[in-house]
Design a protein around this ligand. Sequence first.
Ligand code: GLU
Length: 476
Amino acid sequence: MKPVRTRFAPSPTGFLHVGGIRTALFAWLVARQQGGQFILRFEDTDKKREVAGAREHLVQSLRELGLTYDEGPDIGGPYAPYVQSERLDSYQKYARQLVEAGRAYADPYTPEEVQGFREAAQRAKQPFLYRNSRPENPPEWDGSQPLRFKSEPKAYAWHDAVMGDLSTGPEVIDDFILIKSDGYPTYNFAHIVDDAEMQISHVMRGQEFLASTPNYLNLYEALGLERPVLATMPHIMAENGNKKLSKRDGAKDVLDYIRDGYLPEALVNFIASLGWNDGTEQELFTTQELIEKFSLDHVQRSGARFDEKRLEWMNGAYIRQLALDTLYDKVRGFWPASAEAYDDDYKLRVLGLAQERLKFFSELPMLTEFFFTDLPINSELISGNKQLKKLDTAEIRSLLEQAQVSLTESDFSVPDITERLNLLLEATGQKPGILFSLIRIATTQAPASPALADTLAVLGKDRSLARLNAQLAALS
Ligand code: GLU
């Protein structure tokens, strides 16, 4: 069997949404599982679409996710260069070979003439095919005209490692452009030459290339090349509706997620789940497990739904698995500015509580600010609370005063605070949803917080009582 060599072949056109890198992940998993190689190649033959900085961006995205490649533009390899615009000689060589074999011709037509053919086909209610207007005596190809493939229309039946057995009729085969008049090859031509030269064993890519595949099969034959394994990835669909995921659906760039404090392992796990599962209910996979368990025949054929809430859940699950010290190192850049004045010990205690609810690191200020600074009294937290707004001010004051009396005598250990809060429930006859919410609001001025006794213990006695006082003053 051929050694396994897979590739990720992005065009450096900028934005890479978190689903866009799925092809890279799947190709990487196949290579790592089979002890093969994973190759990065830049497909930059469409100079108009190129975006400055996109190459660095792609490299960094792969690096952040840990998708190491064995050969690539910046590290070289036996088939260098790995940038299409630096491989023009190679395309010329294959193009000449096709011309000499009578399988490519210079396209002599102006765009207006082609438009004329198109309209004629429309009038005749025929599908438009270039091959129906092939010139009888094409001029010699001097590089100034586009070079077209002279296809051989025929039916194909082939196997796609994801989509299964596929077949098409001869009507989809056409004379496509190999080399444009600017001297650059088309994607359709260049990737076939490169995959062959680079000994790629598995071509894994998005569904948008499926319709052209019969034409690629035709070209493999004309060039006498062995077909690689073809594997077509299902579309990634927006969360709502039946359309492909795009930037407009809020799909962020991979690096944006990293910047927001998502863990690379969680992102990899989530991306793998976009169209793949191992056939069981398991949802969390370490990267090592993914390498062991991934298989193309478990990639689904229908579109995979992008659900950001699921990514948040997954990332939260990974955060909760981390040792507190490890998490502490990772969140270093994410604390609110007000935390700067506090020592590691205090911040570790705060983080220990936040770890339970943190979904991504940039939520840390929102979740922990009140541990470091007295937030202004927000009267809407009481007036807008479903349960609390039923009480009048006197009742609220009375509850807070009783809490104050009881907590003044506490040693502020978690067990003691817990006991006092429970006694207070009995004494006041209130539900926790009322009493505890009220104390929580008074002592944090935040819409949510960790468990009340834990929160008070970390805040400490002086601060907790001072805040109860401030709330009482605001109510009078
Ligand atoms: N350059 C193509 C793209 O970015 C790659 C397709 C392929 O993997 O062959 O869509």
